[in-house]
Ligand binder design. Structure first.
Ligand SMILES: NC(=O)c1ccc[n+]([C@@H]2O[C@H](COP(=O)([O-])OP(=O)(O)OC[C@H]3O[C@@H](n4cnc5c(N)ncnc54)[C@H](O)[C@@H]3O)[C@@H](O)[C@H]2O)c1
Length: 303
């Protein structure tokens, strides 16, 4: 899909990866609605985007609230006439702690923003994309943790990112061919995620302190958000399902697959008659992954 002249809505667009995505879209001639629970940040990113000569809006949204996301869709269509790209990118991370010490409010908050937020986006935007019949994109920001990179102390966050991968994988098989789905799976990125607790809504326990050391760590080891955004925008244009950014994560993803494969070899190896339980002939081709959009590139030399 040629991105120029299209319009995108990016939730969590006020900071970090979302901000970088908004600016990368604007640089490529895409109009952007920058949507965030931090309304001032959204407006300021919208102003930056406008300096690239595109139309932009900074809009307040709470992605956990279905009515707020529906209003975002309405405001975006009335601003731009049409919308072709939704990036459900708003996300939060709970304070690091082992799972048995996480409380119900941690769980509810992280799932409300990270998973329910994307679901609210699907409900508000996808019917319009389907009805419009034009090439369009739904992008969910997951994480390398959805691919098997362990996040000790981030168990609830990790579970939410697996949920997003599952949601996206089913969604892509349910939609007509003109609506492509992508799942963005970055490793660590320099962003403001370390102070996510400061934005925690009252119904999920209210704001929590964010130790500055978290910010220093992310700045030290995180990939620049602009680098992630450049890869993401390319993948979105191509209609790629998996959009990955941190090369080392492939080894961890392969280790996970290797463990699954060994479990099958030991516990459930293929045997005569086993196809009796195979649902593929019953459900048809929907169990197969759609053909990849981008051809596999040649292996790159390290930069
Ligand atoms: N930074 C990383 O290392 C990393 C790695 C992989 C994936 N991610 C994911 O990338 C996405 C963007 O995060 P980031 O790292 O740029 O962090 P960030 O904190 O800089 O940006 C997240 C944005 O989401 C907004 N937000 C939070 N709750 C919201 C709500 N209820 N409604 C609307 N907006 C809300 C915040 O105000 C913020 O602007 C998240 O989904 C995150 O889980 C981050």
């Amino acid at each position: 899909m040629d991105l120029r002249g299209k319009s995108a809505v990016v939730t969590g667009g006020g900071n970090g990866i979302g901000r970088a995505l908004c600016l990368a879209f604007a640089e490529r001639g895409v109009n952007v609605a920058v949507a965030d629970i931090e309304a001032d940040a959204a407006r300021s990113v919208a102003e930056e985007a406008a300096s690239h000569g595109v139309q932009s809006r900074g809009l307040a949204v709470d992605v956990t609230d279905e009515a707020s996301v529906a209003a975002l869709a309405e405001a975006s269509w009335s601003a731009f006439g049409s919308v072709e790209i939704l990036v459900s990118n708003a996300g939060v991370m709970h304070a690091p702690s082992p799972l048995h010490e996480c409380n119900a409010a941690d769980f509810d908050w992280v799932f409300a923003v990270n998973v329910r937020g994307a679901m609210n986006g699907i409900r508000a935007f996808v019917p319009r994309f389907v009805a419009a019949g034009r090439p369009s994109r739904v992008v969910n920001t997951a994480s390398e943790h959805a691919l098997g990179v362990p996040h000790i102390g981030g168990g609830v966050y990790t579970a939410s990112k697996h949920a997003l991968l599952g949601l996206s994988d089913v969604l892509r098989r349910e939609l007509p061919g003109h609506v492509k789905v992508s799942v963005l799976c970055p490793g660590i990125v320099d962003s403001t995620l370390w102070r996510a607790g400061a934005r925690r809504q009252a119904e999920y326990g209210g704001p929590t302190a964010a130790p500055e050391a978290g910010g220093a760590f992310m700045r030290q080891v995180g990939m620049p958000a602009a680098e992630v955004a450049a890869k993401a925008v390319e993948g979105i244009g191509n209609g790629d399902f998996y959009i990955v950014t941190h090369p080392h994560a492939v080894d961890i993803a392969q280790r996970r697959w290797g463990e699954v494969e060994r479990a099958f070899a030991q516990q459930a190896p293929r045997r005569e008659g086993d196809e009796r339980y195979d649902l593929e002939p019953v459900l048809g081709g929907s169990l197969r992954s759609p053909a990849p959009q981008s051809p596999a590139p040649p292996k790159e030399a390290s930069p």
